[in-house]
Design a protein around this ligand. Structure first.
Ligand code: 9WN
Length: 447
């Protein structure tokens, strides 16, 4: 090895060790008796898809805690199978987060658990997470944990493909942008515009987020007025899903939620073989979801996936990172794989074997691209990690390596931030964010 090569290898190993220490310290600091908070300041309760990502990272360093994280979340599963997007910590003061438990009022809904929760869901990334946690640290305890979780994960899928198949085409609909996890993505602008709301209603509430993060980096008051109106509407029907098409003002089929739904069936097939269940039906369902995604959300002219607004039965025009997520499906047909890769590698998203800027969450070339505002441009580690996994599934080692390096460098330079400026890499939002730490740990383990 030449001197400069050896120095490069040493610098790489030092960076990785530094990142590992930072990530572990972040996760440890955010551990809260039986779950990990996404952020001590901004998000002090337990969030659904955060816990899945967090478990994936914890599997490398604290496998017991990884299972505990998932167990706590699924203990709050509703009778109909929905896994709530927030499980509230009863020890926190009123006002620790908006909207809090009193706003959601889950206790009055049929089939809600004893714990106070929200009434909506988030992308179902939990079955793949459970599978990864087991694969990272297989043991008798992990098999027992899979056995306990399997029926709950199946119930979660049944809820989404059953009651939430509002469009009748084999995909799940979301009833709130928060259910996508990408709250103020431009993907929701058009469907949200149809939700009647006045930003003046926000005078009646106290937003908690803007006390901890710059308002320029968060959704607007008008966004929040609509978020509140949608919760009001869903809660008024006690979070029941019957007849949603006739009465609910926001119903959209999201490419990320449905890609996760399909990937979950593949993960469940694997889990089934470990727990002695039949993997066949899961594989069949995975194939059906993949087919439905292509039939309902593929836009052949744009060469990407787009959300379908069920209220207008049209595809949403914005090109966001959500459109790349179906690449995670292993049996996605070749023409779609090729086109999504081309979209990802275009100047809109800039994926490359050597990336000069981090992956954004929205088309960089769009006139309304906003480098600071949350899901309207900034770079997030979870969407990067999901695409990294998808690239590995489709054996694009070159692109996967480029994306991984970009993610690790971003966090090494700025810290475990919630999101990052897509040009400068500066840290934005919460400075000690759990899934950033967790997914860095996972990426480090798989060079
Ligand atoms: C609303 C916790 C959550 C993430 C979401 C992210 C953000 C909440 C908020 O924080 O949403 O659920 O208050 O903005 O958008 O993806 O799960 O980290």
């Amino acid at each position: 090895m030449t001197g400069s090569l050896a120095a490069g290898v040493r610098a790489g190993a030092e960076r990785d060790a530094r990142l590992r220490r930072l990530a572990l310290a972040t996760l440890d600091a955010n551990w809260e008796h039986d779950h990990t908070v996404p952020s001590r300041t901004l998000y002090p309760h337990q969030w659904s898809w955060d816990s899945a990502f967090i478990a994936i990272g914890l599997a490398h360093v604290r496998p017991d805690r990884a299972w505990r994280e998932l167990r706590t979340l699924f203990a709050a599963q509703w009778v109909d199978g929905r896994v709530p997007h927030i499980v509230f910590n009863p020890a926190l003061r009123v006002g620790a987060y908006f909207p809090g438990p009193e706003f959601w009022d889950s206790a009055r809904a049929d089939g809600a658990p004893a714990a106070a929760t929200s009434g909506i869901v988030q992308p179902p990334v939990h079955a793949p997470a459970a599978w990864l946690v087991h694969r990272r640290a297989p043991s008798e305890a992990s098999v027992a944990a899979l056995r306990r979780l399997y029926p709950r994960l199946v119930a979660q899928q049944r809820y989404l493909t059953g009651r939430r198949d509002v469009g009748g085409g084999g995909l799940a609909a979301i009833v709130h942008p928060w259910e996508s996890g990408l709250d103020n993505s431009p993907a929701w602008d058009a469907p949200l515009a149809a939700v009647p709301a006045d930003e003046a209603v926000m005078r009646a509430y106290r937003r908690h987020d803007t006390a901890h993060a710059a308002a320029t980096q968060r959704p607007t008051d008008l966004d929040y007025a609509r978020y509140v109106a949608l919760v009001d509407a869903y809660r008024a029907g006690r979070y029941r899903d019957e007849g949603l098409l006739g009465r609910h003002p926001f119903l959209v089929e999201c490419p990320l939620v449905n890609a996760a739904l399909g990937v979950s069936e593949y993960a469940l097939a694997r889990i089934a073989t470990v727990v002695g269940a039949d993997p066949g039906p899961h594989r069949d369902r995975a194939a059906r979801i993949t087919e439905a995604l292509v039939t309902r959300l593929w836009d052949p002219l744009a060469g990407t996936f787009r959300p379908r607004d069920l209220r207008t039965d049209r595809l949403v025009a914005a090109r966001t990172v959500l459109g790349l997520m179906p690449l995670a499906l292993p049996d996605l047909p070749e023409p779609q794989v090729r086109a999504v890769l081309a979209e990802a590698c275009s100047p809109r998203f800039g994926l490359a074997a050597r990336m000069d800027r981090p992956l954004p969450t929205y088309d960089r070339t769009a006139p309304d691209f906003e480098p600071l505002r949350y899901w309207r441009g900034p770079s997030w580690v979870n969407t990067g990690w999901l695409l990294w996994q998808a690239l590995r599934t489709h054996r694009r080692a070159d692109l996967a390596a480029g994306l991984r390096e970009s993610l690790l460098d971003l966090v090494d330079t700025a810290g475990c931030h919630e999101y990052f400026h897509p040009d400068t890499g500066a840290g934005l939002g919460s400075p000690a964010f759990s899934w950033t730490a967790a997914l860095v740990l996972d990426a480090l383990a798989d060079g």
